[in-house]
Structure formats: C-alpha cells, structure tokens
Design a binder for this molecule. Structure first.
Ligand SMILES: Cc1cc2nc3c(=O)[nH]c(=O)nc-3n(C[C@H](O)[C@H](O)[C@H](O)COP(=O)(O)OP(=O)(O)OC[C@H]3O[C@@H](n4cnc5c(N)ncnc54)[C@H](O)[C@@H]3O)c2cc1C
Length: 374
C-alpha cells in the first residue's frame, strides 16, 4: 500500500469505499488482465463488482461541494492493475457524471442510480464533439427535431464500455448549428454496434463503432437540449476523472522499476532521470495538483480550466514516460509478451491518445495563449 493511499484511508469515512474497491480489484482483477488485454473478455461482472463497492457512486449527487477525488482514486486502484479496465471505469464514471448533472429528472430517475451502482453499464461518445468544439473535426451525428424528440443519423468510430444492453452519452448537431446532448440506448433497433479492427491494446473494453440509422431519441433521453452550457459545466470533471488512469499506471511502473533493482540495479542506475524516485516526485506533484483541481469541478474561471488542461497533458506525458522507463528497466524480461511491462506501455499510449489527446491538449493551450485568455 502506498503512503498516499494509507493517508487517505486513515480516519476518513468516504475512503472506506476506496478500501472496498481496492479489495475487489486485488482479489478479482489480476486473474482477468490477460484475457482483457487479449480482447477475449469484456469484464462486465468485474465492473458490476466495483460498482457495488462504490467505485462510480461518489459523484452521483451533484452539489456545489462535490469533489471528484474518490472517483479518481478508485479508478487509480484499477489502473494499478489494468489500463483497459481503468479506461472502462472512466467511461462508466463519466456516464454517471453526465446523469448526475442533467436537469432532466425523468432521465435521471431512470438511469442514475443504476449506473452509479454498476447495475447498468455504459460510457461516453464525446471524442468527436470535443474535437469539433476545438476546431479539429466536424460533428459526426446530425439530428432534426420531430414530435416528442429528435431523429439522429451518423456514425461514431469508437465508443467503449458498451454492448447491446448498455447506454452512452453523446451529442448531435442540428441544421441550425444547435447541439443537443443525450443518452443513447444501444438496445434501440436503429442504433447499430459495429465490430472494430483489433487495437494495440484496449480490445477487451467493449469498444464498437456506433451507427445511428435515423434513430428516434425521445425527449426523455435528452441530457441537455442546449449542449454547450452543459458541456461547460461537465468538462473539467470529464477531463480530471481521466487522471485515475494515469496515476495508477505510473504507480505500477514505479513498482516494476523498483523490483528490477535487486537483479539489475547495478546497470539500471545509469538510466539517468528515469529512476523510480524521479517518477515518485512527478507522481506526488501531479497527485497534489489533480487533488486540488478535482475538489472544485464546477469552477468556471479560465485559469482553472487552463490548469485542468495542463494537468491532463502532464498526466498523459508522465504515464507514457513512466511506462517507457519501466520497459527499459525490465530489459529482455519486459520484452516478453508474458511480462506486464510491454502491456503497460501499450496501455500508457492510450492515455496519450484518448480524447483529449496530447496533440489536442497542446492545441487547446496554444489557442488559450493566442487568445490571451490567461
Ligand atoms: C480503443 C479505443 C477506444 C475508444 N473509446 C472511445 C470512447 O469510448 N468514446 C469516444 O468518444 N471516443 C473513443 N475513442 C476515440 C479516442 O478518444 C480518440 O478520439 C481517438 O483515439 C483519436 O483521437 P485523436 O485526437 O488522436 O484523433 P486522430 O486519430 O488524429 O483523428 C481521428 C479521426 O481520424 C479518422 N480516422 C481514424 N482512424 C481512421 C482509419 N483507420 N481510417 C480512416 N480514418 C480514420 C476518423 O475520422 C477520426 O475522426 C476510442 C479510441 C480507441 C482507439
């Protein structure tokens, strides 16, 4: 148990939940990791088990004092063992975040409690909208108003943690440029899930292409008729929650480096600035920064948003650097397919390419600088 984790547990009631999540992770996930990585298992049962332990529920009640740290810490526990499953944990937590913040009480009462406990699984299809808002690509889902709802057409190339009985949040655009955020029910016969070609990692994450074939989306499924103010409200949480994927993977990479010290320390010590203590310092600083930002996810100031974007960029870079260093420390052992070092490196790249990807984050910071926002 890391010192930071022990400190969080000590005398802090909400963190009993973290101990419960950790117990489920440690007892169940190690045996599943290989099958998840190979893509032969989508771990629905495990996701429900951590949901029952409280991994997705600490941010289910939106209020001004809400803090996202417990959700991030739970994800981090998962990420210490498996990057794919920590990504699914983010997908699920993000779905809960959308439902917690909607003003559509019918939608909230239909899905929030079930998603927060893991009974109902699902995710988010916001990569394309998030890229379009920052001028990177065009909106892929188009909608038009009809009686009692909207008709939506188009395709999203990748949505994870889904399946025939899952749901996910996403956004479509109408001809007048207006955007609406809604929950898509994968059981809708006009919403088709398409198999993806194999990935470098993440094949066990229930990832599909999703085609909307003039699917009717009733008003009851709308998170926000006007998506943009809603996105502004949830965007910091969306981004900060991803920190859990990073910190857990960095912790495990540090642990791998340390374990190699006994047999290879005499030569690994020449990996200058790539020592476990170097990454411990990076992790401590990142953890402190994220903890502070995640305690006020509704803050609206531009400096706050810039700090969130910078933290997310730093988290991705530190994850890739730590997994890369662990690979160098393990040498030929880590080059075997049976060793986790190579899996962790493949998983780490995902932290750098999942939306908001490294290049998008750099663009966002450059745009903010150009606009003189801060
Ligand atoms: C395993 C996996 C799971 C994902 N899960 C989700 C999810 O749950 N929800 C979600 O919203 N997003 C998901 N994504 C998308 C992810 O968040 C990023 O958007 C994606 O990795 C690309 O981001 P990028 O900024 O690097 O874009 P880029 O890769 O630079 O550009 C993306 C664009 O390139 C085009 N493109 C990509 N691949 C091809 C190809 N093979 N042929 C032709 N054109 C192509 C597409 O039009 C796409 O819009 C997932 C991606 C992967 C790989």
């Amino acid at each position: 148990m890391s010192l930071a984790f022990a400190q969080r547990l000590a005398g802090n009631a909400p963190y009993e939940t973290l101990a419960d999540v950790r117990a489920v992770v440690q007892s169940q996930l190690p045996a599943l990791v290989d099958a998840i990585d190979k893509g032969t298992l989508y771990p629905a049962k495990f996701m429900r088990a951590i949901g029952a332990a409280g991994a997705f529920s600490s941010h289910a009640e939106a209020n001004e004092d809400l803090d996202l740290n417990l959700a991030i810490d739970a994800m981090s526990e998962v990420a210490e063992v498996c990057g794919s499953t920590s990504f699914m944990t983010w997908c699920q937590s993000t779905l809960v975040w959308y439902l917690a913040n909607t003003e559509n009480e019918a939608l909230k009462s239909a899905y929030l409690a079930r998603a927060a406990t893991g009974e109902l699984l699902g995710g988010t299809g916001l990569s394309n909208p998030m890229k379009s808002f920052f001028g990177i690509e065009k909106m892929k889902l188009k909608g038009r108003r009809v009686d009692g709802g909207y008709v939506v057409r188009g395709a999203l190339p990748w949505v994870s943690n889904i399946g025939p009985d899952h749901v996910f949040g996403t956004i479509f655009e109408c001809a007048d440029g207006g955007k609406t955020m809604f929950v898509a029910d994968c059981a809708n016969p006009d919403i088709e899930l398409l198999e993806c070609d194999p990935f470098l990692a993440m094949d066990g994450t229930g990832t599909y292409g999703v085609q909307f074939k003039d699917a009717f989306i009733p008003d009851d499924m709308v998170l926000a008729h006007a998506a943009m103010p809603f996105v502004k409200k949830i965007r910091a949480g969306f981004v900060l929650l991803q920190a859990g994927m990073a910190t857990g993977l960095i912790r495990d990479s540090i642990d791998t480096m340390k374990k190699m010290g006994a047999s290879l320390g005499h030569v690994n010590k020449y990996l200058t600035a790539q020592q476990p203590e170097d990454f411990e310092a990076v992790l401590d600083e990142l953890d402190t920064r994220v903890r502070d930002l995640a305690s006020t996810p509704y803050e609206t100031s531009e400096p706050y948003w810039r700090a969130v974007v910078q933290a997310r960029l730093d988290a991705g870079e530190a994850t890739m650097a730590a997994a890369h260093a662990a690979m160098l420390h393990t040498g030929a052992r880590g080059y075997h397919k049976s060793h986790k070092a190579q899996r962790r490196m493949r998983e780490a790249y995902f932290v750098g390419i999942v939306t908001p990807a490294t290049k998008q984050l750099r663009k966002m910071l450059a745009d903010m600088d150009a606009q003189g926002a801060v």
